[in-house]
Design a protein around this ligand. Structure first.
Ligand code: GLA
Length: 404
């Protein structure tokens, strides 16, 4: 991939002297959905698919971005002065995908990470323009975090090229800041954290209330993770994502009138059940119930993995999907069809939707010797019911961002 990326760079920018190539992964969440903005736990892992970036610093302040995934958008240009000074404070629709790397540069200037250098003009630390070519092999809008991958890649390249002392954890926070404040999606920390902190062969059990985390080895002896793309595109921006988030905030506020809790993740199931009537709204009760139960399921899932009880892990994945379908209502006919079919196949340990929902992908744990049949049966059943084909990826757990 490195040579391919360098060759593309050469085609677009004329020559490829002095180019460096970097990579950042996508992620899949095994369990713990819509818990990250509720102070709960998540359990994602990085993938081997992701985003590649070829970068070369310039002698002036110009910024040029090109994506092999969006050749029709051509070269998108801007300048460091504009982005860092805040002139390009806002998302420009016509900049399309390039808002992500621009947003990251903007976040470097806006956020306090550069302040620790204790110099008068910390923006001067990023003091040269850049030519960058991107290529991603994560299907866009599939819920595997192509945007977090692009953001973390951009931040990591800037760190390496300018020698900035920013940790991977700080990179994830910086990128979440860019996504919240520049792109305008009120996402939690899971995606950026999973991408920045990924470790090959490990899942990341993260407490989003404290950002304490633990790497958990995923030893799926004789089993594989199979991701199924419903091909129903999920634009976070257009989705009901922000609405779900405000509903949880409202439910929390109502509970806080009598309970000293900071987040829904502070509640046990029992505490929730004995106080839920205070929420006094059926929809809000459902949303909050998902947040509370899903957090507890994620904690239990981690325990079952430690006890090598993969069957229980799979059972919890199923409960997670049902709760996302009935209480959180973020699945939809495409994802429900995929998991209904999956649950009926031989050799399936667990299956659920993954990511924000409203389309995107499912994650499945399948016995290796049943994968061919799984793909055939689920593929045919899906096509018959939905009318178009799903896509299947048998994946391995990859590492975090790297210079290639
Ligand atoms: C999206 C968001 C994450 C998380 C998931 C749902 O991927 O970016 O922060 O909330 O949805 O679990």
């Amino acid at each position: 991939m490195k040579n391919k990326t360098i060759n593309w760079f050469k085609d677009i920018y004329g020559d490829s002297e002095g180019v460096s190539v970097f990579f950042a992964p996508g992620r899949v969440n095994l369990i713990g959905e819509h818990t990250d903005y509720n102070g709960g736990h998540v359990f994602p892992c990085a993938l081997e698919i992701g985003t590649y970036g070829a970068i070369r610093l310039r002698d002036d302040n110009n910024l040029r971005f090109y994506s092999m995934n969006f050749p029709e958008k051509g070269e998108i240009s801007s300048s460091l002065d504009k982005v860092l000074s805040g002139d390009e404070l806002i998302y420009h629709r016509e900049n399309d995908w390039a808002n992500y790397p621009k947003g990251v540069l903007w976040a470097f200037a806006q956020h306090s990470f550069l302040k620790k250098y204790n110099i008068k003009d910390e923006h001067a630390l990023i003091n040269r323009g850049m030519d960058i070519l991107f290529f991603g092999d994560i299907p866009n809008g599939s819920g595997l975090s192509s945007s977090a991958s692009l953001e973390v890649l951009m931040a990591y390249m800037v760190k390496e090229m300018f020698g900035l002392e920013i940790s991977l954890k700080e990179i994830s926070l910086l990128c979440q800041y860019a996504e919240n404040k520049y792109i305008g999606v009120n996402c939690g920390i899971m995606d950026q954290f999973a991408v920045a902190m990924g470790r090959k062969g490990y899942g990341i059990f993260l407490d989003t209330a404290t950002l304490e985390y633990e790497y958990a080895p995923i030893n799926l002896v004789g089993k594989k993770i199979v991701i199924v793309n419903s091909k129903k595109r999920r634009g976070l921006n257009d989705s009901k994502y922000n609405e779900r988030r405000s509903q949880c905030e409202e439910a929390l506020k109502r509970l806080q009138s009598v309970m000293p809790i900071k987040t829904l993740g502070d509640l046990s199931k029992e505490e929730f059940e004995s106080h839920k009537d205070l929420i006094n709204d059926d929809t809000l009760i459902c949303r909050a119930r998902h947040a509370v139960y899903e957090n507890q399921r994620t904690i239990e899932a981690m325990k079952s993995l430690n006890n090598k009880d993969i069957a229980r892990f799979g059972g919890l994945m199923k409960e997670s999907h049902i709760s996302l379908r009935d209480d959180y209502q973020v699945t939809g006919v495409e994802l429900d069809t995929l998991v209904d079919l999956a649950w009926r196949q031989e050799g399936v340990i667990g299956a659920r939707m993954t990511g924000a929902g409203f389309g995107g992908c499912t994650v499945n744990i399948v016995n290796e010797d049943c994968i061919q049949d799984f793909i055939k049966e689920v593929g045919e059943g899906y096509k018959e019911k939905i009318g178009y084909e799903a896509e299947f990826y048998v994946v391995d757990i990859g590492g975090g961002p790297a210079l290639l």
